[in-house]
Ligand binder design. Structure first.
Ligand code: CUK
Ligand code: CUA
Length: 634
């Protein structure tokens, strides 16, 4: 971001945003506020992206149970786009044309928690963004070439509660997934929940990604006890080929989990060697279950290990070097730092404390580097690539910055010394994100705190309160809160991508349109009738539809293909048909199809929904539906 000092003046208005309650409004500041307004001006300047200027980073927020992904710019935090994934979105016509309707299937919503950018050699390659659906066990792929959802895979067989994903391996070989819920398998089998321990199972799934097309398919699965897997991450560098998930219910409670799943001092983390899993599948060491090759880890040693982690842990995050693995225990105020080298040595020496159903449990102390007293309610950890970690503290409503190993003997003797800074956030932070934290080379610079409660830090909008995201500058020794933005429900996690890492297309090139029903010239448009099916090929261009009259009979099926023949950026046309629930939005160079059963007679105007030219209002036509009776008596 380029800044010149003259830009500071307009930013004074933003001072009100960071001023503390009780401060005088700008222009009336008392003598004691001078220091604050300097800080406010400085913070405002750092987030100020002048009109016409662009942000340095993309921020891709998960939209939680909205089923969407929100795109914002950093550092401005300005909302740029909503990418609909698991639900209809009239604004882009998603879920209204036949292709996107087919992708959505019968589900009307999803619950997006963790976006994961595709990678090459452990760095973001800017190709795809994968997101999970916790509600209906799906994974979707968004193409960053055009910011559109291209595939929804699922529901994944043998997988219930797809929460522990989307964790992308170093070269996007896999998107890895672990189940939050356990059920009797295969799905559809009934067992009494009272027999939870015996009859229920969880699963880790390897979703294979085609390196060229990005197309996902279920590769293999590893069956697990019903532990309720939580968050995870993938290894890199020395830990490449491994993946890690925590569990919050090693107790295997099936009722009153609040109490019953919080009994043990340590829950197990799953340490998965996905390369070994892949090899086991290739060697045929699997059983088919609901069409998927499933590995039993008791019969295939080396695929799965357990590691005890305190206490009801949530996040487990591998650092950029791939050596340190940090697990945060919600009910204990420490972050446990494990050394992957020690962990591997423990595996080699069989330094196990026990085993559970044939799977070795690594001795906690054998793999532990230290327990850092970060604060109350630690959830997730991110890294800046400069040797610092940042852990979100839900209960404390704060972010702790702390120093990663290697630690001096002095620090080791008192790990309070490695906690470098703490900053309050508002309020009850869940995830936090530092750009590129899950890659080998984080960008650092900014941290976004995604806070669960905003408690009225905004104009009141009634009982449905927005979520609060706070931008923290992490370039200095002390973290600095510099901006605050609000979103609709509910960002869980986010990914940050350098703006210049991608160059999205703004027009679909005509040469690329392979829709067999695309037409580019008015002379190729028109209607064809086959029995009761009327197929219309239409073009949209400023400022008319050709044809602008469609004649059908009651009981017909209308198949309407509309091509937006514009090759100019931002020249989007919509096609809304009044009282027919048709809402196509067609980008430049795109063709979309909708099928409508003509059940109502009359004349239905259609019009362009997207303001496109001075004569946009004139961009309209008529769908005339003749009564069947009238047809018969003619
Ligand atoms: S979970 Cu929401 S705060 Cu789904 Cu990643 Cu931790
Ligand atoms: Cu086309 Cu408005």
């Amino acid at each position: 971001m380029k800044l010149i000092s003259s830009l500071l003046a307009p930013a004074v208005a933003a001072a009100a945003l960071v001023a503390l309650p009780g401060c005088n409004p700008p222009g009336k500041s008392g003598a004691g506020d001078a220091g604050k307004s300097v800080a406010a001006n400085s913070a405002a300047a750092r987030t100020w992206v002048a009109p016409g200027q662009k942000d340095e980073f993309y921020l891709f927020y998960s939209g939680g149970h909205s089923g969407q992904v929100y795109v914002a710019g950093l550092p401005s935090m300005r909302h740029l786009a909503t990418i609909p994934v698991f639900g209809r979105y009239p604004g882009t016509g998603y879920g209204y044309d036949e292709a996107s309707k087919a992708m959505l299937g019968d589900y009307t919503w999803g619950d997006v928690h963790h976006p994961g950018l595709s990678k090459k050699d452990g760095l973001y390659d800017g190709r795809w963004l994968f997101v999970n659906d916790n509600a209906n066990n799906r994974i979707a792929r968004i193409d960053l070439r055009d910011f559109k959802t291209k595939q929804i895979l699922g529901p994944i067989p043998n997988s219930m509660g797809n929460h522990g994903s989307s964790f992308v391996t170093d070269n996007t070989e896999y998107v890895l997934v672990a189940t939050r819920f356990s059920v009797p398998l295969p799905k559809g089998r009934y067992a009494d929940p009272a027999n939870y321990e015996k009859e229920f199972n969880g699963m880790v799934s390897g979703i294979k990604v085609d390196p060229t097309s990005g197309t996902m398919k279920v590769g293999w699965q590893i069956i697990t006890p019903p532990f309720d897997w939580d968050l995870g991450s993938t290894g890199k560098g020395p830990s490449e080929g491994w993946a890690f998930w925590t569990s919050y219910n090693t107790e295997m409670a099936h009722d009153n989990l609040e109490a019953n799943a919080s009994q043990k001092d340590r829950d197990y983390a799953a340490i998965v060697n996905w390369k070994a899993a892949e090899a086991a599948v290739n060697a045929g060491q699997t059983t088919m279950l609901d069409g998927v090759a499933v590995i039993d880890p008791a019969k295939t040693p080396g695929v799965l290990y357990y590691l005890p982690v305190p206490k009801s842990p949530h996040g487990i995050d591998v650092d950029p070097t791939g050596r340190w693995v940090v697990a945060a225990g919600k009910l204990q105020p420490v972050a446990s730092v494990f050394d992957f080298e020690k962990l591997q040595a423990a595996i080699a020496k069989k330094d196990f404390e026990s085993e559970f159903r044939g799977v070795p449990v690594i001795r906690y102390d054998a793999a532990l580097e230290g327990e850092v007293p970060v604060g109350l309610g630690p959830l997730h950890t991110q890294y800046d690539g400069a040797g610092n970690a940042y852990t979100s503290l839900f209960i404390e409503s704060a972010v702790a910055k702390w120093k990663m190993p290697p630690w001096s003997a002095d620090e080791r003797a008192d790990l309070n010394k490695v906690v470098l800074d703490k900053i309050a956030v508002h309020y009850n932070i869940g995830h936090l994100v530092v750009g590129g934290s899950d890659t080998k080379k984080p960008y650092g610079k900014y941290l976004v705190a995604m806070n669960k409660l905003s408690k009225g830090r905004h104009l009141s909008v009634g009982p449905s309160q927005p979520e609060d995201s706070e931008l923290i500058d992490i370039t200095g020794k002390k973290m600095e809160l510099i901006y605050e933005a609000f979103t609709e429900p509910e960002p869980h996690f986010a990914q940050i991508l350098k703006a210049d890492a991608i160059s999205p297309i703004e027009v679909y090139p005509k040469a690329e349109n392979d829709d067999p029903n695309a037409v580019w010239d008015a002379k190729d448009t028109g209607a064809t009738r086959r029995g009761n099916v009327v197929e219309v090929k239409m073009i949209a261009i400023r400022s008319h539809f050709t044809p602008d009259r469609i004649d059908v009979n009651e009981g017909d099926e209308l198949v309407l293909h509309v091509t937006n023949v514009e090759q100019t950026p931002d020249m989007i046309h919509g096609l809304g048909i009044v009282e027919q629930n048709v809402n196509l939005v067609i980008d430049p160079g795109e063709t979309k199809t909708v099928r409508i059963k003509m059940t109502k007679t009359g004349v239905f105007p259609f019009y362009c929904t997207n303001f496109c030219s001075a004569l946009h209002q004139e961009m309209q036509g008529y769908l005339a539906v003749k009564p069947a009776v009238a047809v018969a008596t003619q």
